[in-house]
Design a protein. Sequence first.
Length: 419
Amino acid sequence: MAASVTPPRGMRDFLPAEKARREHALGVIRGVYAAHGFDEIETPVMEDSSRLHAGLGGDNEKLAFAVMKRGLDTADLARAAASDDALSLADLGLRYDLTVPLARFYATHRAALPPVFRSIQIAPVWRAERPQKGRYRQFVQCDIDIIGEAGQLAELELLTATVATLDALGLTGCSIRLNDRRVLAGILASWGVPDELRERALITIDKLDKIGVAGVAAELAEISAIPDASVVARALEELTSADWHLADAAPAWLDRAAYDDLLALRAALPGAAIEFDPTLVRGMGYYTGTIFEIAHPEYGYSLGGGGRYDGMIGRFLGQEVPACGFSIGFERIIDLLEIDDDARPRAVVLVYDGDVQQARLLALKAELVASGTRVRLERRTKNLRALLDRVTADGFDAFATVTDATGDAAALEFRELGA
């Protein structure tokens, strides 16, 4: 039996047309981010295992791919199996997000960076997900982060750059859902959830779109010993229908300072579609303040998100440094994009017979490339139609036939493809 030639589960190959589509979208994202003053960096695909499992990544730590130490023998494997400690076999792991590597990067290079550092990271990450539609084991994240700015200017710059990027990509109908971890803490305190169970309770609230109000209320009552799940259910019903009118009649649980910060963010971005959602959680345990997600009415999942994580970098540096970030879910938006053909350079094919001199072909190609045209050389085949169909699928616009009598590039007679 022949060996399988498919990629590993949850990972994909990309044919030229799809690769070109992805690179075009990534170019748009990079261009807008750079225009808003962010600088691109690059970090290794692997980090120390201890760093990836330092309690910063929430449930994603459980999905990290471990890289085994070199030189292990069967005795090492047996000891790890006996102690149920597989992580002792690994000293490195593939990054599961770009935020933990950024925190390490900043701690390493702080002396060479400006007081307020605005970074771009666009790169693949790996998680041992169960592969399914929209979930992959290798996928691209597009992050922007601001480190060193404690005020709301960080959130405003991130939100402005993200909205501008969505507009440049042609994604219409998007809105930004806003919340604050301090608001969530107030809600849980009003329900009597003990401090040691709050992270677990937040994970439950994050399931609201999957198991509904009744399911969340029942699970919260179970894990936090709340005697009456109906109290939580009524509160959740109130929360899911809440609007900015809370400013007029704020409930007792509302952290007023956090809510005023959210009001200020919305007021500073009058042209953006921003909604307050007191049930928005964001799964990462490292968020400390404002959190946000990109929502679209036609899709039941977020298209990106982020928030403030002021406590993370201090874990590496030994002193607190404010930080905030926003990530676009590239794999979730790429299929929604309609690429404007006018935005890419003209692409043509030169079809030639075997007796045409190579020097002539290369001279014609050089002239066209110098004018900004993408050019491919294709030897004529018996089935010309099949050849033309293939290059049309690859994104080429026109073709011309080259003979020994062809003069310069201006003499070529192009015929449009796909017409």
